[in-house]
Design a protein around this ligand. Structure first.
Ligand code: ADP
Length: 401
């Protein structure tokens, strides 16, 4: 059905955190974004709604006590600045949900049973799933007649073989506490690995790729035939690559040791690993761009931090090359991966032995999706801007149509 507001059916993509909600009205066919929004400071006085449409951002400052108020204000912003939601063919609301545990391998129509299941998974993602649930409840209230779909960050990785997802820990931890590797950023890894195959011009089923999602959070995934076969994040998003405020891989003995010698509680150690480590722990700043500027001036801590980040990436690319047996392409995505040529060069220059022939000019001048290896490079490398909202819209639309 053609509609006056957007011209073709759309999905409202909602990414709700504990104190913020991001939303985007997306055409699932083309990825066109008709409006985006960010609601901040939920639960506080002076909450803010930023609603962007047609290149203009409209701001609304209000007390936003809860998610229901936040979503109600977003619908007001749509009514005032467009597209008017009553006038669009709204296929579904697609929710980013962080942890789907062992139960969810696919996008899922949200029912009371699904909400209960996501609630049961809160112990696995105490910082994320509660906010996601509040966002779901608020949009159900605002759009009672529109199907609501959960798209889980963990779902793409449910194809991992047991050899990759199993931690060698006591049986009770695995059976009773669901301790295993789940992986995250799945929506991004799904989107980028599909684009890799499209850019290579080969069927997804034949392509082996390594996707490096490098943002504030960072993860690497080995993808074979469109399926995740290994990923660097684990039970939580702490494992794997060095991130803005998280250390990535760490001897598990560190937590107990630091707790004993410093007197920190388990919660305090966990908080330090989640919020005070990574680039922040190494340099005092979690912002990669700023760290790069300090490195360019020769600051020792910034030089070391960059080297640690690169070394960790090399370990994962090497390991995933062995896991995959053959790699067709490596893809860089998210804030750091899309924007920092120096990091990409530092990693790829060290991979010539694995068949990666960097094209330095292409790497230095990327614009959107860009091949950054030479035409004769046995392994291709790409920059591919991620688009999680489009992927969520696509998956939600596919489920309801
Ligand atoms: P999030 O995980 O929060 O979505 P992003 O994908 O937006 O994060 O990535 C944020 C990171 O990207 C920050 O560390 C930021 O410094 C870095 N970044 C953004 N632009 C650049 C740039 N031009 N050069 C280097 N780093 C950049």
């Amino acid at each position: 059905m053609s509609t006056p507001g957007t011209g073709s059916p759309v999905v409202l993509v909602v990414n709700a955190g504990s104190s913020s909600v991001k939303y985007q009205l997306v055409d699932p066919e083309t990825g066109e974004s008709h409006a985006t929004g960010l609601i901040e400071r939920i639960g506080l006085a002076d909450g803010v709604v930023h609603h962007t449409v047609g290149g203009s951002t409209h701001e609304l400052v209000r007390d936003i006590p809860d998610h229901a108020t936040a979503i109600a204000l977003a619908t007001e912003a749509f009514a005032e600045h467009g597209p008017v939601l009553e006038d669009v063919d709204l296929l579904a609301v697609g929710h980013r949900v962080v942890h789907g545990g062992p139960d969810f391998a696919d996008p899922t129509l949200i029912t009371p049973e699904v909400v209960a299941a996501v609630e049961r998974l809160v112990p696995l993602a105490p910082l994320h799933n509660p906010g996601n649930l509040q966002g779901i409840a608020a949009t159900q209230e605002a759009f009672p007649d529109v199907p609501q779909v959960a798209v889980f960050d963990t779902a793409f990785h449910q194809t991992m073989p047991a050899a990759a997802s199993t931690y060698a820990v006591p049986r009770a931890w695995r059976d009773e506490h669901l301790v295993r590797r789940y992986g995250f950023h799945g929506t991004s890894h799904a989107y980028v690995s599909r684009r890799v195959a499209e850019l290579l011009g080969r069927p997804l089923a034949e392509v082996h790729s390594i996707v490096l999602h490098l943002g504030n959070g960072a993860s690497a995934t080995a993808v074979a035939g469109g399926a995740s076969v290994d990923t660097s994040m684990g039970l939580t998003p702490l494992e794997g690559l060095v991130m803005g405020t998280r250390p990535g891989d760490l001897d598990p003995g560190v937590a107990g040791h630091v707790g004993r010698v410093s007197g920190l509680s388990a919660e305090e150690v966990e908080r330090a690993l989640s919020k005070e480590s990574g680039l922040l722990g190494l340099t005092g700043s979690a912002d990669f761009r700023g760290v790069m500027a300090r490195r360019a001036e020769g600051e020792e801590a910034a030089v070391l931090a960059f080297d640690v980040v690169v070394h960790r990436l090399l370990r994962y690319v090497g390991a995933f090359t062995a896991v995959l047996g053959r790699v067709d392409a490596i893809a860089f995505t998210a804030g750091v991966g899309e924007n920092n040529a120096e990091l990409r060069a530092a990693v790829l220059e060290r991979l010539s032995g694995l068949g990666v022939l960097l094209d330095p000019d292409a790497n230095a001048t990327t614009a959107g999706e860009t091949l950054i290896t030479t035409a004769d490079s046995p392994v291709a490398a790409y920059v591919i801007p991620t688009n999680e909202e489009w992927e969520i819209a696509r998956q939600a639309a596919a489920l309801v149509t």
